[in-house]
Write a protein that binds this ligand. Structure first.
Ligand code: PAF
Length: 288
């Protein structure tokens, strides 16, 4: 595995491989890699000839009050995971390589970014859309793999790829979970021991919503109230949002007819957890 640090080295490598007809897969990350990332890397590996993983803790997607300074950066461990998974290039640009002096372009996706995470973290998605567009420009991937855990992020990236004709095939990999259902996340390390035992309540609440839909409940208000009831069992958790949404636009649905995504964000102690479940209502039986 080679480590590249500059946009030029990255772009030169990728141009050379494209000339040779090699397909390039890409998994962008902020490091602190866990088994969820490992699954993304493995999924990408199966679909391309050469694989790039980027490790860049992107400052523009953090608000000044957030955890940029303390975000975990176990670079040696991250490289070892990449090496073990057969990654060809670990792209580790510095902040000034991505945002050199004079940099001012910002990619915004007002529709998808305006709700849920966007409400609570107003500058977050502009930071994500801008850095992902930039990384795509340097890596020039044929395919890119993102995790379903960050559902709104994946929807945003899909929009950017389509709107800017970036020609990247997006693969969204199902969320990888701990045995008790907690979605894997680099930020789970912030949970205290007690809070860690409470954290699976978010997934349980989303599952309760999904079960209600599968059992025939269609009204979003009812589904939301079922999810809230489950969460109330855990008084240490406060809800940022629990929503029943259209999976493509993320607009809230008044009722579920076919497909929906249940989005949830809660706080336990100082830690914010987000998760989601995609639901498809069982098709009505046709007449014989
Ligand atoms: O999901 C992440 O780790 C980040 O938001 C991403 C896509 C690498 C952009 O910084």
């Amino acid at each position: 595995m080679n480590i590249l640090r500059t946009p030029k080295a990255m772009a030169d490598w990728s141009r050379r491989l494209h000339r040779e007809g090699v397909t390039i897969g890409f998994v962008p990350t902020m490091g602190a890699l866990h088994d969820g990332h490992r699954a993304l890397i493995r999924a990408a590996r199966l679909q391309c000839d050469a694989l790039v993983v980027s490790i860049f803790v992107n400052p523009t997607q953090f608000a000044p009050t957030e955890d940029l300074a303390k975000y975990p950066r176990p670079i040696a461990k991250d490289r070892a995971l990449c090496r073990a998974e057969g990654v060809d290039i670990c792209f580790e640009p510095g902040a000034t390589a991505i945002y050199p002096e004079g940099f001012e372009t910002v990619v915004t996706v007002p529709g998808i970014a305006q709700r849920w995470e966007g409400d609570i973290r107003p500058h977050h998605f502009a930071g994500v859309a801008t850095v992902v567009t930039k990384l795509f420009g340097m890596v020039r991937p044929d395919i890119a793999v993102f995790g379903q855990k960050d559902f709104q992020q994946a929807a945003l990236v899909r929009r950017v790829i389509e709107d800017l004709s970036l020609g990247v095939k997006l693969i969204v990999h199902p969320t990888v979970r701990e045995q008790d259902g907690l979605a894997m996340s680099s930020r789970n390390v912030y949970l205290s021991q007690t809070d860690r035992t409470l954290a699976p309540i978010l997934y349980k609440s989303l599952q309760a919503g999904a079960a209600a839909i599968k059992n025939g409940t269609t009204a979003s208000r009812q589904i939301q109230s079922m999810m809230t009831q489950v969460l109330r069992r855990e008084s240490a958790a406060t809800v940022d949002y629990l929503a029943v949404c259209d999976p493509d636009t993320l607009a809230p649905l008044a009722s579920v007819s076919e497909r929906a995504v249940l989005l949830g964000a809660i706080r336990i102690g100082n830690v914010r957890l987000i998760d989601n479940v995609l639901v498809k209502r069982p098709a009505k039986r046709g007449r014989r």
